[in-house]
Each structure stands twice: as C-alpha cells, then as structure tokens.
Ligand binder design. Structure first.
Ligand code: UTP
Length: 278
C-alpha cells in the first residue's frame, strides 16, 4: 500500500513487562520470539504492509537489543555467507533495507500516554500509527493496520482497534462506548481505562493498534495522570473524542494474541508454528 497517508509507526516499548518476569528482567518483552521471530518484527512487518516505512521506537533502560535487531551484524553475516542459513536472515534484511528506524528513550515510565508523547520528536506533525508489539495480530488477507489505514483515508480522524472481551476481563483494558455508524465502526462517546466489570461502559476493549492525528500530542500534554498515577492514552483519546475531531473504534478482522501474558504467548506460539506463519 504505497499510497498510504500514514508513513510513520510508533512502537512504545519502554514498559517493564512484569507479567513475563524473570525473562524481562534484562530483556525487552518485544524481543521474545513467537517461533523464531521477535514480537517487534511482526509489528514492523504489519506496519510495512500498511505502507509505512518510518519506524519510531520508544525504548527504556535495558532495551538495546531492539536497536541491535534492526541493524546489520557483519560478523554473523560473514560467518554464514554462502551457507543455507543465509535465508534465515532474508526477512530481517528486507525490513532493514526498506525502513528507517529512530529511537528515543522514555526516561521515566509514566504510562502509555506519556510514552506516546515522548515519541513526538520522532513523529512530528503528521498522523501516525501506534503498535503495541505484545499484541500480536493475525489476519490472513489484510493486516489490521492496513485495514485501519483504509478507514483513515475515509474518515481522517483517530481510530482505535477494538474487540469484544469477556465482561470479567474489562479491568485489563481501555473500554469504549459509542454509536455504531456502520457495521463494525463505532463513533466513541465514552472511554474508561481498566474499569471493573460493574463500571465498564461495554465489553469493547481497545487493543494495541491505533491511528492517531497529531493534535493528540497537545491533548496528552494537558492530560493529568489517571489510573495508577500514569498518563493514560485512554484519557487523552476521550478528550479527543468528545472535544476534538472525534475518535472511531474499529472491530478489526483477525485474531489477536495477548503475548504480554504467558497464556496468550503460548497460544500464539502454537498457532504460528502449526500454521507455518513465521
Ligand atoms: P503494559 O500495560 O503492557 O505494561 O504496557 P508493561 O510494562 O509493558 O507490561 P506488564 O503489564 O508490566 O507485564 C502497554 C504498552 O505500553 C508500553 C509498554 O512497553 C507496552 O508496549 N509502555 C507502558 C511504555 O512504553 N511506557 C510506559 O510508561 C508504560
């Protein structure tokens, strides 16, 4: 999709990944492999399929492996040159050759909203995508970001991917409510971060795919810390939904695996291995 109006994708990857300790003690969770490919590479490939080539990664302490992954390892490549192992690096070479990567560090982990604001310097004044790489999305015909870019072309406003979750799991997500303006597309009127099931406005949860218009940066700047004393992107998006250009919730086509949790990661590994998707 080379005519995409969205060229840059932001990957907030500064979180501690506590659900995956001890692995994440010294290794970013985004580098955990589903079969033989790290989560972050699946995310980058999804963004490329949607026509993006500027990858902006928010890192933190102990996350250098992310930058090394998207770089050439001359020694290794020299070592395997001419052997059949060379083809194992073909996909990542294709990624490196066709994208630019930029990085900035989130110095203090003040929440996802704050992480996205930290990325302003890498994104500038243009609409952009956000991928939380631990949400691995599989969609056989068209990737989730690509589906969302098509919608953006039509509606030119922020869009969040949503999915129905069991009522007793709403406390893990940002949850939305709104009016369905066409099948699977909801104009958002309310949004709550990690509500208990009794307070949840619906069972429609935001997952880790967003398209955001750049006015979101000013809105985040004005958003006080919310749940867990963190600056929540959900709170900023509610402001954008109710006072700005509006925000759409999109029931994406495909399947999402919560690879930030052990069961979700195991499900994804099994599914990707058995269906030869790596
Ligand atoms: P999570 O809620 O999954 O938190 O963050 P986490 O720290 O990564 O994982 P757990 O819950 O402790 O196991 C959602 C996304 O936002 C990023 C994370 O890296 C993840 O991609 N994030 C979160 C930041 O980049 N900075 C923050 O301050 C918070």
């Amino acid at each position: 999709m080379s005519d995409s109006p969205i060229k840059k994708c932001l990957f907030p990857a500064a979180g501690y990944g506590t659900r995956f300790l001890p692995t994440t003690k010294s290794m970013p969770k985004e580098m955990m492999p589903v079969v033989n490919k790290p989560l972050i590479q699946y995310g980058v490939e999804e963004a490329m399929e949607a026509g993006m080539n500027g990858m902006a990664i928010i890192t933190g302490r102990g996350k250098r492996a992310l930058a090394d992954h998207f770089d050439i390892n001359y020694e290794l490549e020299h070592q395997i040159a001419g052997t059949d192992k060379e083809e194992l690096l073909e996909q990542i070479r294709h990624v490196i050759d066709n994208c630019t990567f930029s990085y900035t560090r989130q110095i203090e982990m003040k929440g996802l909203g704050h992480a996205i604001l930290t990325g302003e310097t890498l994104i500038g004044d243009q609409p952009f995508a956000v991928v939380l790489a631990d949400d691995l999305c599989y969609s056989p015909d068209q990737g989730v970001l690509s589906q969302m870019v098509e919608l953006y072309k039509k509606h030119s406003c922020s869009i969040v991917a949503i999915e129905e979750v069991p009522k007793d799991e709403t406390h893990k997500y940002g949850v939305i409510a709104g009016d369905e303006i066409e099948p699977g597309l909801i104009k958002i009127t309310d949004m709550v971060e990690k509500p208990d099931s009794a307070d949840a406005p619906s069972n429609l949860a935001i997952i880790g795919r967003y398209i955001l218009t750049p006015d979101i940066f000013d809105i985040i700047r004005d958003t006080p810390p919310g749940r867990n004393n963190e600056v929540q992107i959900t709170d900023a998006l509610l402001t954008q939904a109710t006072q700005g250009a509006g925000v759409l919730g999109y029931k994406f086509k495909g399947r999402r695996f919560d690879c930030g949790s052990v069961p979700g990661f195991m499900d994804a590994s099994k599914f990707y291995f058995e269906n030869d998707l790596y």
